[in-house]
Design a protein around this ligand. Structure first.
Ligand SMILES: [Zn+2]
Length: 382
């Protein structure tokens, strides 16, 4: 991962905005004036970002189109523009002023560019960027859901036609949708219907892998139902995204986690070293255990959690809760007892009451009640 000055935490956004402000203050006044004119005349369009590091757009000048870009690195901001004038030119200046106003609404590279990158084996990073595939304005589904904007998007996702994945206009919506859309029941139903009819199991694995990488909010259960997650053909392209030094869609913990889950589901045996290669993504092995369990390897999942029982109390409770859910009543007694003692809640051991002797039960009950009486605030479960 590169520098994470933005937008990880509020403080880093502020630091980044301060740097921007600094650059803007230092602009010659006539450059600033031209830049503001460009923005007032809506000449900056096709805004995109690459991860948290690079931002670019298309500027329709009075004679030509330019592509100003700003990249964040250890030194600060580096500025480039296709006009070849001395930097900072008025085009880059317009970009900086616009970024200062609305950096959080710069969308990532769109699906259409990703699709071209995936399917066209000739296109490389040093090739001209496919600006014509970036829409002028950010589509509604890339912005937080609002009922008054939702109708036309929902009408598109409701369509029941079968179209091959590479040409299906809905894939763009699944790939790019802002996470808030996945909370809208109609949107989710549309996806479920699409996933069950889209013949995902026979679609190009490179496209499927790109979709999974781009949209970590895709409902995993639906992909499993659609037969997608049991395809070994997904492994190579997913590994390509996971280990690419500079993927066209920047890496993030959410993307790494989803790729690791998908790889575990597609190739359950031997995916362990991959999780070990990204230890920060799943520090308590909970997601890895879930994926193994879903992949039909419950013994492996349980062994993993028992061997790495977290010391941090909320994570330990989450691990024990899984073990209790996955084990039979007998085997789960030690974890149920521990949960009851740690939380002061007898509910955890009630299902195994008949497996515990009367005197043992009485002392357990007394211990749990005294724990409950400690008056400790009950933290939320993870
Ligand atoms: Zn320029």
């Amino acid at each position: 991962m590169g520098p994470r000055r933005f937008p990880g935490r509020k403080a880093s956004v502020d630091t980044f905005l301060e740097t921007l402000q600094h650059h803007i203050d230092a602009l010659p006044s006539h450059t600033k004036r031209t830049a503001r004119d460009y923005l007032a005349e809506d000449r900056l369009t096709r805004r995109i970002r690459h991860g948290e590091q690079s931002f670019a757009g298309e500027l329709r000048g009075y004679q030509d189109r330019y592509h100003p870009a700003a990249a964040v690195d250890e030194q600060g901001l580096s500025l480039t523009c296709t006009c070849d004038r001395r930097q900072p030119c008025s085009h880059v200046s317009a970009l900086l002023i616009d970024m200062e106003r609305q950096i959080l609404s710069y969308p990532e590279v769109p699906w259409d560019v990703v699709r071209q990158w995936v399917l066209d084996t000739v296109w490389q990073w040093d090739a001209a960027f496919a600006w014509q595939l970036v829409p002028d304005a950010t589509p509604e589904w890339r912005m937080p859901y609002r009922p008054e904007l939702g109708a036309s998007v929902l009408a598109q996702v409701r369509s029941a036609d079968y179209v091959p994945l590479a040409r299906d206009p809905r894939v763009r919506i699944w790939a790019e949708a802002h996470s808030s859309w996945w909370e809208v029941p109609e949107f989710l139903q549309g996806f479920s219907r699409w996933a069950s009819g889209a013949r995902l199991s026979s679609a190009d694995p490179r496209l499927c892998a790109a979709l999974i990488w781009m949209q970590p909010a895709l409902p995993m259960a639906r992909l499993i139902d659609a037969g997608l997650m049991h395809r070994i053909a997904l492994a190579a392209p997913l590994l390509g995204w996971l280990f690419h030094p500079r993927p066209v869609l920047a890496s993030s913990s959410a993307r790494q986690l989803r790729a690791l889950e998908s790889l575990t589901l597609a190739v359950p045996d031997g995916s362990g070293f991959l999780w070990d290669a990204f230890p920060d993504v799943d520090p308590y092995h909970l997601a890895r255990a879930d994926a193994l369990y879903l992949a039909g390897h419950p013994q492996h999942a349980m062994r993993l959690l028992e061997q790495h029982l977290p010391t941090e109390s909320l994570a330990r409770r989450a691990a024990r809760q899984r073990l209790v859910d996955w084990m039979n009543l007998d085997a789960g007694i030690p974890h149920r007892t521990a949960l009851a003692l740690e939380t002061g809640q007898l509910d955890f051991v009630l299902p195994v009451r008949h497996l515990i002797g009367d005197s043992e039960w009485r002392s357990l009950e007394a211990a749990v009640r005294s724990r409950a009486g400690d008056g400790d605030e009950e933290p939320d479960r993870v």
